[in-house]
Design a protein around this ligand. Structure first.
Ligand SMILES: *Cc1c(COP(=O)(O)O)cnc(C)c1O
Ligand code: SF4
Length: 439
Protein backbone atom coordinates (compact mmCIF):
# COMPACT_ATOMS: atom_id res chain seq x y z
CA UNK A 1 0.00 0.00 0.00
CA UNK A 2 1.29 3.45 -0.87
CA UNK A 3 1.59 5.54 2.28
CA UNK A 4 1.13 9.26 1.60
CA UNK A 5 2.95 11.91 3.59
CA UNK A 6 0.80 13.50 6.27
CA UNK A 7 -0.38 16.91 5.27
CA UNK A 8 -2.50 19.05 7.57
CA UNK A 9 -4.81 21.78 6.32
CA UNK A 10 -5.94 24.67 8.47
CA UNK A 11 -7.23 28.16 7.73
CA UNK A 12 -3.75 29.27 6.79
CA UNK A 13 -3.39 26.90 3.82
CA UNK A 14 -7.02 26.37 2.84
CA UNK A 15 -6.19 27.38 -0.72
CA UNK A 16 -3.90 24.44 -1.14
CA UNK A 17 -6.71 21.91 -0.78
CA UNK A 18 -7.18 20.87 -4.41
CA UNK A 19 -10.94 20.26 -4.05
CA UNK A 20 -11.58 23.60 -2.35
CA UNK A 21 -12.44 25.23 -5.67
CA UNK A 22 -15.57 23.09 -5.85
CA UNK A 23 -17.06 25.09 -2.95
CA UNK A 24 -19.19 28.17 -3.45
CA UNK A 25 -17.85 31.54 -2.27
CA UNK A 26 -20.32 31.45 0.59
CA UNK A 27 -19.28 27.98 1.79
CA UNK A 28 -15.68 29.03 1.69
CA UNK A 29 -16.41 32.18 3.62
CA UNK A 30 -18.22 30.10 6.23
CA UNK A 31 -15.12 27.98 6.78
CA UNK A 32 -13.03 31.11 7.24
CA UNK A 33 -15.46 32.66 9.70
CA UNK A 34 -16.53 29.64 11.73
CA UNK A 35 -13.00 28.22 11.66
CA UNK A 36 -11.95 31.20 13.75
CA UNK A 37 -14.08 29.93 16.63
CA UNK A 38 -14.22 26.17 16.24
CA UNK A 39 -10.83 24.63 15.62
CA UNK A 40 -10.37 23.64 12.02
CA UNK A 41 -7.85 21.10 10.90
CA UNK A 42 -8.19 18.38 8.33
CA UNK A 43 -5.69 16.35 6.33
CA UNK A 44 -5.01 14.72 2.98
CA UNK A 45 -6.44 11.32 4.03
CA UNK A 46 -9.75 12.82 5.16
CA UNK A 47 -9.90 14.89 1.99
CA UNK A 48 -8.87 12.19 -0.50
CA UNK A 49 -10.28 9.02 1.06
CA UNK A 50 -13.22 9.96 3.27
CA UNK A 51 -15.04 12.98 1.87
CA UNK A 52 -17.34 12.47 -1.11
CA UNK A 53 -16.77 15.77 -2.88
CA UNK A 54 -19.71 15.24 -5.22
CA UNK A 55 -22.00 15.52 -2.16
CA UNK A 56 -20.36 18.51 -0.50
CA UNK A 57 -21.47 20.47 1.55
CA UNK A 58 -24.04 17.88 2.71
CA UNK A 59 -21.56 15.04 2.84
CA UNK A 60 -21.36 13.75 6.45
CA UNK A 61 -17.59 13.30 6.28
CA UNK A 62 -17.19 16.85 4.99
CA UNK A 63 -19.23 18.12 7.92
CA UNK A 64 -17.14 16.07 10.30
CA UNK A 65 -14.07 18.30 9.87
CA UNK A 66 -15.15 21.36 7.88
CA UNK A 67 -16.96 24.17 9.74
CA UNK A 68 -20.38 25.21 8.38
CA UNK A 69 -22.15 28.52 8.69
CA UNK A 70 -25.04 27.00 10.72
CA UNK A 71 -22.64 25.84 13.43
CA UNK A 72 -22.54 29.36 14.88
CA UNK A 73 -25.36 31.44 16.22
CA UNK A 74 -26.30 33.84 13.36
CA UNK A 75 -25.57 36.86 15.57
CA UNK A 76 -22.07 35.58 16.30
CA UNK A 77 -21.52 34.64 12.69
CA UNK A 78 -22.46 38.08 11.38
CA UNK A 79 -20.35 39.85 13.98
CA UNK A 80 -17.25 37.90 13.12
CA UNK A 81 -17.86 38.03 9.40
CA UNK A 82 -18.19 41.80 9.57
CA UNK A 83 -14.95 42.13 11.51
CA UNK A 84 -13.20 39.93 8.98
CA UNK A 85 -14.49 41.74 5.92
CA UNK A 86 -13.50 45.14 7.27
CA UNK A 87 -10.00 43.76 7.61
CA UNK A 88 -10.08 43.95 11.38
CA UNK A 89 -6.82 43.72 13.22
CA UNK A 90 -5.73 40.21 14.03
CA UNK A 91 -5.84 41.00 17.72
CA UNK A 92 -9.37 42.38 17.57
CA UNK A 93 -10.52 39.36 15.57
CA UNK A 94 -9.01 37.04 18.09
CA UNK A 95 -10.74 38.84 20.92
CA UNK A 96 -14.13 38.48 19.25
CA UNK A 97 -13.48 34.80 18.54
CA UNK A 98 -12.43 34.24 22.17
CA UNK A 99 -15.55 35.96 23.43
CA UNK A 100 -17.79 33.80 21.27
CA UNK A 101 -15.89 30.74 22.33
CA UNK A 102 -16.39 31.48 26.00
CA UNK A 103 -20.11 31.79 25.35
CA UNK A 104 -19.99 28.33 23.85
CA UNK A 105 -19.23 26.92 27.27
CA UNK A 106 -15.81 25.34 26.83
CA UNK A 107 -15.83 23.39 30.07
CA UNK A 108 -19.39 22.71 31.17
CA UNK A 109 -19.86 22.56 34.91
CA UNK A 110 -16.32 23.16 36.02
CA UNK A 111 -14.70 20.15 34.50
CA UNK A 112 -11.34 21.67 35.31
CA UNK A 113 -12.04 21.46 39.01
CA UNK A 114 -13.76 18.10 39.30
CA UNK A 115 -12.15 14.73 39.62
CA UNK A 116 -8.55 15.92 39.64
CA UNK A 117 -6.90 13.69 42.22
CA UNK A 118 -4.09 14.66 44.58
CA UNK A 119 -0.94 12.96 45.62
CA UNK A 120 0.69 13.98 48.88
CA UNK A 121 -1.45 17.12 48.87
CA UNK A 122 -0.40 18.09 45.35
CA UNK A 123 -2.92 18.06 42.52
CA UNK A 124 -2.22 15.86 39.52
CA UNK A 125 -3.48 18.02 36.67
CA UNK A 126 -3.06 15.46 33.85
CA UNK A 127 -5.14 12.87 35.65
CA UNK A 128 -8.87 12.47 36.18
CA UNK A 129 -10.26 9.86 38.55
CA UNK A 130 -14.03 9.78 38.56
CA UNK A 131 -15.09 6.15 38.52
CA UNK A 132 -13.48 3.88 41.06
CA UNK A 133 -11.90 1.43 38.60
CA UNK A 134 -10.73 3.78 35.86
CA UNK A 135 -8.24 6.63 35.73
CA UNK A 136 -8.05 8.93 32.73
CA UNK A 137 -4.61 10.14 31.78
CA UNK A 138 -3.93 13.10 29.47
CA UNK A 139 -0.32 12.92 28.34
CA UNK A 140 0.79 16.43 27.54
CA UNK A 141 2.25 15.36 24.21
CA UNK A 142 -1.10 13.96 23.05
CA UNK A 143 -3.29 17.03 23.23
CA UNK A 144 -3.97 17.35 19.53
CA UNK A 145 -5.46 15.12 16.81
CA UNK A 146 -4.74 14.18 13.20
CA UNK A 147 -7.78 16.26 12.23
CA UNK A 148 -10.41 18.02 14.33
CA UNK A 149 -14.05 17.04 14.54
CA UNK A 150 -16.20 20.11 14.09
CA UNK A 151 -18.43 19.04 17.00
CA UNK A 152 -15.61 18.49 19.44
CA UNK A 153 -15.89 20.22 22.77
CA UNK A 154 -12.23 19.68 23.52
CA UNK A 155 -11.26 22.65 21.49
CA UNK A 156 -10.02 24.68 24.44
CA UNK A 157 -7.05 22.37 24.33
CA UNK A 158 -6.33 23.04 20.68
CA UNK A 159 -6.79 26.74 20.29
CA UNK A 160 -4.22 27.84 22.80
CA UNK A 161 -6.38 29.41 25.49
CA UNK A 162 -4.27 29.67 28.61
CA UNK A 163 -5.15 27.63 31.61
CA UNK A 164 -7.39 25.24 29.74
CA UNK A 165 -4.75 22.73 28.90
CA UNK A 166 -4.76 19.47 30.76
CA UNK A 167 -1.20 18.30 30.81
CA UNK A 168 1.20 16.13 32.67
CA UNK A 169 4.79 15.60 31.75
CA UNK A 170 5.60 12.79 34.06
CA UNK A 171 4.15 9.35 34.42
CA UNK A 172 5.95 9.07 37.72
CA UNK A 173 3.26 10.73 39.74
CA UNK A 174 0.62 8.66 37.95
CA UNK A 175 2.44 5.50 38.96
CA UNK A 176 2.75 6.75 42.53
CA UNK A 177 -0.95 7.52 42.54
CA UNK A 178 -1.83 4.06 41.24
CA UNK A 179 0.34 2.46 43.90
CA UNK A 180 -1.85 4.15 46.45
CA UNK A 181 -5.06 3.22 44.63
CA UNK A 182 -5.11 -0.53 44.09
CA UNK A 183 -8.82 -0.31 43.24
CA UNK A 184 -7.88 1.13 39.84
CA UNK A 185 -7.92 -1.58 37.17
CA UNK A 186 -7.87 0.60 34.06
CA UNK A 187 -5.75 3.47 32.83
CA UNK A 188 -7.27 5.18 29.83
CA UNK A 189 -4.90 7.35 27.78
CA UNK A 190 -6.89 10.13 26.21
CA UNK A 191 -6.45 13.63 24.80
CA UNK A 192 -6.76 14.98 22.15
CA UNK A 193 -5.51 11.80 20.63
CA UNK A 194 -2.63 10.04 22.41
CA UNK A 195 -1.72 8.24 19.18
CA UNK A 196 -0.56 11.48 17.55
CA UNK A 197 2.51 11.03 19.73
CA UNK A 198 5.61 9.54 18.24
CA UNK A 199 5.99 5.99 19.48
CA UNK A 200 9.16 6.72 21.41
CA UNK A 201 7.28 9.39 23.41
CA UNK A 202 4.30 7.12 23.96
CA UNK A 203 6.64 4.38 25.12
CA UNK A 204 7.97 6.71 27.78
CA UNK A 205 4.47 6.98 29.19
CA UNK A 206 3.52 3.31 28.86
CA UNK A 207 6.61 1.43 29.96
CA UNK A 208 6.72 2.78 33.52
CA UNK A 209 3.20 1.44 33.96
CA UNK A 210 4.29 -2.01 32.84
CA UNK A 211 7.45 -1.96 34.94
CA UNK A 212 5.80 -0.71 38.12
CA UNK A 213 4.46 -3.16 40.63
CA UNK A 214 0.76 -2.62 40.02
CA UNK A 215 -0.92 -6.02 40.32
CA UNK A 216 -4.40 -4.46 40.32
CA UNK A 217 -3.87 -2.76 36.99
CA UNK A 218 -5.37 -5.13 34.42
CA UNK A 219 -6.07 -2.93 31.42
CA UNK A 220 -4.60 -0.11 29.40
CA UNK A 221 -6.76 1.74 26.93
CA UNK A 222 -5.95 4.26 24.23
CA UNK A 223 -8.77 6.55 23.15
CA UNK A 224 -8.11 7.45 19.52
CA UNK A 225 -9.55 8.58 16.24
CA UNK A 226 -6.40 7.70 14.31
CA UNK A 227 -8.13 4.76 12.59
CA UNK A 228 -10.52 7.29 11.05
CA UNK A 229 -8.30 10.30 10.56
CA UNK A 230 -4.88 8.79 9.85
CA UNK A 231 -4.86 4.97 9.70
CA UNK A 232 -1.33 5.16 8.27
CA UNK A 233 -0.27 5.76 11.87
CA UNK A 234 -0.35 1.95 12.16
CA UNK A 235 1.03 1.21 8.69
CA UNK A 236 3.76 3.75 8.15
CA UNK A 237 7.12 1.93 8.10
CA UNK A 238 9.15 2.15 11.27
CA UNK A 239 6.74 4.34 13.20
CA UNK A 240 3.82 2.02 12.54
CA UNK A 241 5.88 -1.06 13.32
CA UNK A 242 7.17 0.48 16.54
CA UNK A 243 3.64 1.30 17.67
CA UNK A 244 2.41 -2.23 16.97
CA UNK A 245 5.47 -3.59 18.80
CA UNK A 246 4.52 -1.46 21.81
CA UNK A 247 0.99 -2.88 21.65
CA UNK A 248 2.45 -6.41 21.63
CA UNK A 249 4.62 -5.53 24.62
CA UNK A 250 1.57 -4.48 26.60
CA UNK A 251 -0.27 -7.66 25.63
CA UNK A 252 2.78 -9.83 26.42
CA UNK A 253 3.03 -8.22 29.84
CA UNK A 254 -0.28 -9.92 30.59
CA UNK A 255 -2.43 -6.81 30.52
CA UNK A 256 -5.47 -6.21 28.40
CA UNK A 257 -4.95 -3.56 25.74
CA UNK A 258 -8.02 -1.86 24.35
CA UNK A 259 -7.92 0.61 21.50
CA UNK A 260 -11.03 2.73 22.09
CA UNK A 261 -11.65 3.74 18.50
CA UNK A 262 -13.88 6.63 17.61
CA UNK A 263 -15.89 5.87 14.43
CA UNK A 264 -18.71 8.24 13.50
CA UNK A 265 -19.69 6.84 10.12
CA UNK A 266 -19.38 3.52 8.26
CA UNK A 267 -17.32 5.17 5.52
CA UNK A 268 -14.45 5.48 8.01
CA UNK A 269 -14.28 1.68 8.10
CA UNK A 270 -14.40 1.25 4.34
CA UNK A 271 -10.95 2.31 3.16
CA UNK A 272 -8.15 -0.21 2.51
CA UNK A 273 -5.90 1.72 4.91
CA UNK A 274 -8.41 1.56 7.79
CA UNK A 275 -9.10 -2.13 7.20
CA UNK A 276 -5.42 -2.98 7.07
CA UNK A 277 -4.74 -0.97 10.23
CA UNK A 278 -7.57 -2.72 12.09
CA UNK A 279 -6.25 -6.13 11.04
CA UNK A 280 -2.72 -5.30 12.15
CA UNK A 281 -3.84 -3.97 15.52
CA UNK A 282 -5.91 -7.09 16.13
CA UNK A 283 -2.93 -9.25 15.20
CA UNK A 284 -1.04 -7.78 18.17
CA UNK A 285 -3.64 -9.20 20.56
CA UNK A 286 -5.17 -5.80 21.31
CA UNK A 287 -8.96 -5.42 21.24
CA UNK A 288 -10.64 -2.61 19.37
CA UNK A 289 -13.75 -1.20 21.02
CA UNK A 290 -15.70 1.49 19.27
CA UNK A 291 -17.65 4.55 20.29
CA UNK A 292 -19.11 7.73 18.87
CA UNK A 293 -21.59 10.42 19.68
CA UNK A 294 -24.84 10.52 17.73
CA UNK A 295 -24.73 13.71 15.66
CA UNK A 296 -27.37 15.47 13.64
CA UNK A 297 -26.22 16.00 10.03
CA UNK A 298 -23.66 13.20 10.35
CA UNK A 299 -25.05 9.94 11.68
CA UNK A 300 -28.59 10.55 12.99
CA UNK A 301 -30.34 7.62 11.35
CA UNK A 302 -30.77 3.98 12.24
CA UNK A 303 -29.45 2.65 8.96
CA UNK A 304 -26.09 4.39 9.45
CA UNK A 305 -25.71 2.98 12.98
CA UNK A 306 -26.74 -0.54 12.00
CA UNK A 307 -24.19 -0.52 9.18
CA UNK A 308 -21.58 1.01 11.47
CA UNK A 309 -21.96 -1.74 14.10
CA UNK A 310 -22.21 -4.57 11.55
CA UNK A 311 -19.11 -3.44 9.74
CA UNK A 312 -17.25 -3.14 13.03
CA UNK A 313 -18.22 -6.66 14.01
CA UNK A 314 -17.25 -7.98 10.58
CA UNK A 315 -13.77 -6.51 11.06
CA UNK A 316 -13.50 -7.84 14.60
CA UNK A 317 -14.18 -4.63 16.55
CA UNK A 318 -16.49 -4.57 19.56
CA UNK A 319 -19.21 -1.88 19.56
CA UNK A 320 -19.05 -0.13 22.94
CA UNK A 321 -20.85 3.22 23.40
CA UNK A 322 -23.23 5.56 21.59
CA UNK A 323 -22.93 8.96 23.27
CA UNK A 324 -25.22 11.98 23.37
CA UNK A 325 -23.63 15.40 22.74
CA UNK A 326 -24.35 18.28 25.06
CA UNK A 327 -24.39 22.02 25.21
CA UNK A 328 -20.95 23.10 24.25
CA UNK A 329 -19.49 24.09 20.93
CA UNK A 330 -22.03 23.75 18.15
CA UNK A 331 -24.56 21.62 20.02
CA UNK A 332 -27.56 23.28 18.42
CA UNK A 333 -26.26 22.12 15.08
CA UNK A 334 -25.33 18.60 16.15
CA UNK A 335 -27.72 17.91 19.02
CA UNK A 336 -30.23 15.05 18.80
CA UNK A 337 -33.10 15.01 21.33
CA UNK A 338 -32.87 12.13 23.80
CA UNK A 339 -36.09 10.43 22.67
CA UNK A 340 -35.01 10.58 19.05
CA UNK A 341 -31.53 9.27 19.90
CA UNK A 342 -33.16 6.37 21.76
CA UNK A 343 -35.44 5.62 18.81
CA UNK A 344 -32.49 5.55 16.41
CA UNK A 345 -30.51 3.38 18.81
CA UNK A 346 -33.43 0.97 19.17
CA UNK A 347 -34.11 0.69 15.45
CA UNK A 348 -30.44 0.02 14.73
CA UNK A 349 -30.09 -2.41 17.65
CA UNK A 350 -33.14 -4.39 16.50
CA UNK A 351 -31.45 -5.05 13.20
CA UNK A 352 -28.09 -6.40 14.35
CA UNK A 353 -27.14 -9.74 15.84
CA UNK A 354 -26.07 -10.22 19.42
CA UNK A 355 -22.42 -9.78 18.48
CA UNK A 356 -23.12 -6.10 17.87
CA UNK A 357 -25.38 -5.72 20.91
CA UNK A 358 -22.38 -5.17 23.12
CA UNK A 359 -23.02 -1.50 22.44
CA UNK A 360 -24.62 0.61 25.19
CA UNK A 361 -26.44 3.87 24.83
CA UNK A 362 -27.52 6.43 24.10
CA UNK A 363 -25.46 7.62 27.03
CA UNK A 364 -25.05 11.06 28.58
CA UNK A 365 -21.92 11.76 30.56
CA UNK A 366 -23.05 13.90 33.46
CA UNK A 367 -21.38 15.17 36.60
CA UNK A 368 -22.59 12.13 38.47
CA UNK A 369 -22.07 9.48 35.87
CA UNK A 370 -23.09 8.02 32.57
CA UNK A 371 -26.86 7.97 32.15
CA UNK A 372 -28.41 5.69 29.55
CA UNK A 373 -31.75 6.44 27.92
CA UNK A 374 -33.24 2.97 28.27
CA UNK A 375 -36.56 3.68 26.64
CA UNK A 376 -40.10 4.96 26.82
CA UNK A 377 -42.78 3.37 28.96
CA UNK A 378 -46.10 4.14 30.61
CA UNK A 379 -46.66 4.40 34.34
CA UNK A 380 -50.25 4.75 35.59
CA UNK A 381 -51.35 5.92 32.16
CA UNK A 382 -48.60 8.50 31.84
CA UNK A 383 -45.68 8.34 29.43
CA UNK A 384 -42.27 8.20 31.07
CA UNK A 385 -38.64 7.97 30.07
CA UNK A 386 -36.64 5.18 31.69
CA UNK A 387 -33.05 6.10 32.50
CA UNK A 388 -30.26 4.07 34.03
CA UNK A 389 -26.79 4.64 35.44
CA UNK A 390 -24.14 2.83 33.41
CA UNK A 391 -21.39 4.46 35.41
CA UNK A 392 -21.69 6.53 38.55
CA UNK A 393 -19.45 8.37 40.91
CA UNK A 394 -21.23 6.37 43.60
CA UNK A 395 -20.96 2.78 42.35
CA UNK A 396 -24.15 1.86 44.19
CA UNK A 397 -26.21 3.86 41.70
CA UNK A 398 -25.15 1.69 38.79
CA UNK A 399 -28.04 -0.36 37.37
CA UNK A 400 -30.66 1.50 39.39
CA UNK A 401 -33.17 2.67 36.79
CA UNK A 402 -35.06 5.92 37.36
CA UNK A 403 -37.88 7.77 35.60
CA UNK A 404 -38.34 11.16 33.99
CA UNK A 405 -41.40 12.75 32.46
CA UNK A 406 -41.65 12.08 28.76
CA UNK A 407 -40.19 14.96 26.75
CA UNK A 408 -39.52 14.83 23.02
CA UNK A 409 -37.45 17.99 22.95
CA UNK A 410 -35.03 17.49 25.82
CA UNK A 411 -31.41 17.21 24.71
CA UNK A 412 -29.87 16.55 28.10
CA UNK A 413 -30.59 15.30 31.60
CA UNK A 414 -30.89 18.81 33.03
CA UNK A 415 -33.83 19.48 30.70
CA UNK A 416 -35.77 16.51 32.03
CA UNK A 417 -38.29 16.64 34.88
CA UNK A 418 -38.33 13.82 37.43
CA UNK A 419 -41.36 11.56 37.07
CA UNK A 420 -41.89 11.41 40.82
CA UNK A 421 -42.81 14.66 42.49
CA UNK A 422 -40.19 13.96 45.16
CA UNK A 423 -37.56 14.76 42.52
CA UNK A 424 -34.23 12.98 42.12
CA UNK A 425 -31.49 12.77 44.63
CA UNK A 426 -28.77 14.21 42.42
CA UNK A 427 -28.42 17.75 41.14
CA UNK A 428 -29.26 17.59 37.43
CA UNK A 429 -28.28 21.23 36.86
CA UNK A 430 -24.65 20.31 36.89
CA UNK A 431 -23.51 18.73 33.67
CA UNK A 432 -20.15 17.60 32.56
CA UNK A 433 -18.72 16.38 29.36
CA UNK A 434 -17.16 13.04 29.14
CA UNK A 435 -13.47 13.30 28.51
CA UNK A 436 -13.73 9.84 27.07
CA UNK A 437 -16.42 10.92 24.67
CA UNK A 438 -14.53 10.33 21.54
CA UNK A 439 -10.87 9.97 20.97
C1 LIG B 1 -16.63 6.84 30.33
C2 LIG B 1 -15.62 7.23 31.31
C3 LIG B 1 -14.71 6.30 31.81
C4 LIG B 1 -14.66 4.88 31.35
O1 LIG B 1 -15.83 4.21 31.68
P1 LIG B 1 -16.07 2.73 31.18
O2 LIG B 1 -17.55 2.53 31.33
O3 LIG B 1 -15.27 1.86 32.07
O4 LIG B 1 -15.64 2.67 29.75
C5 LIG B 1 -13.82 6.74 32.77
N1 LIG B 1 -13.80 8.00 33.23
C6 LIG B 1 -14.68 8.91 32.77
C7 LIG B 1 -14.64 10.29 33.33
C8 LIG B 1 -15.61 8.56 31.79
O5 LIG B 1 -16.47 9.47 31.36
S1 SF4 C 1 -13.55 14.14 19.02
FE1 SF4 C 1 -11.54 13.23 19.42
S2 SF4 C 1 -10.53 13.16 17.42
FE2 SF4 C 1 -12.26 14.55 17.23
S3 SF4 C 1 -11.31 16.55 17.63
FE3 SF4 C 1 -12.16 15.81 19.56
S4 SF4 C 1 -10.47 14.82 20.60
FE4 SF4 C 1 -9.90 15.05 18.44
Amino acid sequence: MRIPTYRAYTLSNLDQIPQISSLSARQRRAIEVVGRVLPFKTNNYVIDELIDWTRVPDDPLFRLTFPQEEMLDPVHFVRLQRALSTNGHERALRRIADEIRLMLNPHPAGQLEYNVPSLAGRRLPGVQHKYRETVLFFPSAGQTCHAYCSFCFRWPQFVGMNGFKFAMRETESLVAYLEQHPEVTDVLFTGGDPLVMKTRILRRYVEPLLQADLPGLTSLRFGTKALSFWPYRFLDGQEGEALLALFRRVVDSGKHLAVMAHFSHPRELSTPAAQEAIARIRATGAEIRTQSPILRHINDDADTWARLWQEQVRQGCVPYYMFVVRDTGAQRYFGVPLVRAWRIFKQAYERVSGLARTVRGPSMSTTHGKVQVVGVTEVAGEKALVLNWLQARDPDWVMRPFLAQYDEQALWLDELVPFNSAGWEFDPGAGEYDRNLAA
